[in-house]
Design a protein around this ligand. Structure first.
Ligand code: SF4
Length: 474
């Protein structure tokens, strides 16, 4: 996926005026958060599970090398092959070699954000291998040459007409010449067309929501069942996943799955939770002849032991973006790369560089809702603040902001002067408001007053009010 994060501000402006997108985002805001809240209310121990999950992930990150090597050993013992990929290019090359050895022409794919991260589809096409997305949302996006705007509902930005148009434009060769608008018929059409690809595929590529060290297994969690066909029908199954997805035991996996489903879609449990443990055995009726796991680092090990380590706890549930007022207003494409919303605002600068992603950590009101719903308690606002500091220190923010902040810092070190200026501006704002109680325009604050009125101060400064209150109480 091409990087468009530097255009975040322009893309957001356009998104705010995109009516169909705003309608789709309205549905998102009404859907996932309510379902999550209901699911959480039905599970009294939900908060304890969050603590356990946070502690478990912290423990795994402290011993990541041990758990990954354990996973490798056990996966190999099951007949699987593990490929370590330090970079996106290493992962692409490993996948290409496996596909070429299998003489693959068509590859079916389950939904995988890591495959988006390494730009896999484009790369395979450059090598005359045809990838076919099989997750319904991803399939629609592929037909439209579009990209996911959400990590679990990739086509959330589209409406029914978009889907009808895409199918009508591409399904003629499969005998579908009428433009359908009935969702059930569209679903049946996609299912029938995808069957051709499932049968034709030489290789199936899936992601993994988790990998289990004690059994050497990978697991995918889906509601469509497409991933199961992707990993069982072709001769070769490749799992592309990142190193932080490992959990020690099946028991730990069960904890994570309980949290994931409720935090993501508000389900008690996702419909299909499929474990893969090596290739087909002699007694198995189906399954691949080869089973490969690509373990991608791509900058993640640099986060270990540093301020961003907490981000590696992420289980990609999407709760943070589902509750984020900024994501809810501008949608996922505005973020300009694979991972949108608050989790993307922390992860993207690490993966593509803060120089390209400097706007993203600023795309937050710091309301804290993301942290309050994160099932593994990632302190997302704190991590975004880390990137804001980096942005400031590397002189990436505009000069006006830098000088403004430097000026404020210098004032904050001189309390008497600070208080005097605060009183002066308080008085000035009340004067400007002229008894109306609000200001239409404020010099240097156009970003606020272009869109909304600024309430004028009703009394003195906060410090003066505080002092008066303390005096009254003493
Ligand atoms: S940061 Fe937390 S809430 Fe957001 S996707 Fe990751 S686990 Fe879910």
């Amino acid at each position: 996926m091409q990087i468009h994060s530097p255009e975040f501000k322009d893309a957001s402006r356009i998104a705010l005026h995109n009516e169909p997108l705003q309608k789709a985002l309205g549905n998102l805001r009404q859907g996932f958060p309510q379902k999550r809240a209901a699911a959480v209310a039905r599970l009294p121990e939900f908060e304890q599970l969050r603590d356990q999950a946070r502690d478990l992930k912290n423990h795994v990150l402290e011993h990541l090398d041990i758990y990954l090597e354990t996973f490798e050993r056990n996966c190999q013992a099951q007949g699987g092959q593990v490929h370590w990929a330090r970079t996106a290019e290493d992962a692409r090359q490993a996948i290409l070699q496996i596909c070429q050895r299998a003489n693959a022409k068509t590859v079916t794919k389950g939904k995988s954000m890591v495959s988006e991260e390494i730009n896999l589809n484009e790369f395979l096409q450059q090598h005359q291998i045809h990838p076919v997305e099989t997750d319904l949302g991803e399939y629609i996006l592929q037909l439209r040459e579009d990209h996911p705007s959400h990590i679990i509902a990739p086509a959330i930005h589209l409406n029914l007409e978009d889907v009808s148009d895409a199918f009508h434009a591409h399904h003629g060769p499969y005998g579908y010449h009428l433009r359908e608008e009935d969702p059930a018929k569209l679903m049946a059409e996609a299912r029938a067309v995808l069957r051709h690809h499932f049968v034709a595929a030489d290789v199936g590529i899936t992601g993994a929501n988790f990998i289990v060290a004690e059994t050497g297994s990978t697991i995918i969690v889906t509601n469509e069942g497409n991933g199961d066909l992707t990993q069982t029908l072709p001769r070769v199954h490749i799992v592309i996943t990142s190193i932080e997805k490992v959990v020690p035991t099946l028991e730990d996996l069960s904890l994570m799955l309980r949290l994931l489903a409720r935090s993501a879609t508000g389900q008690e449990f996702t419909v299909y939770n499929t474990l893969s443990s090596g290739p087909r055995r002699a007694e198995d009726q189906d399954g691949p002849e080869e089973f490969h796991v690509i373990l991608l680092d791509n900058g993640r090990s640099d986060m270990l032991g540093g301020e961003l380590q907490d981000m590696l706890r992420c289980i990609r549930c999407s709760a943070c973006m589902n509750h984020c007022p900024v994501y809810g207003a501008v949608g996922g494409h505005s973020y300009g790369w694979v991972y949108p919303g608050p989790m993307g605002s922390v992860l993207t600068p690490q993966l593509i560089g803060i120089e390209q992603a400097q706007h993203l950590p600023n795309a937050s009101t710091f309301c804290g809702k993301c942290e309050s719903v994160c099932p593994v308690r990632i302190p997302l606002p704190k991590l975004m603040r880390h990137w804001r500091e980096q942005e400031f220190e590397r002189h990436l923010s505009p000069a006006a902001v830098r000088y403004g902040l430097a000026g404020w810092a210098s004032l904050a070190k001189r309390p008497a002067l600070y208080r005097w200026l605060a009183r002066l501006s308080n008085w000035g704002m009340r004067l400007l408001a002229g008894g109306k109680g609000r200001l239409r325009k404020v010099p240097l604050a156009g970003g606020w007053t272009d869109w909304r009125d600024l309430p004028a101060p009703q009394q003195g400064t906060f410090m003066d009010q505080w002092r008066r209150q303390q005096e009254k109480q003493s």
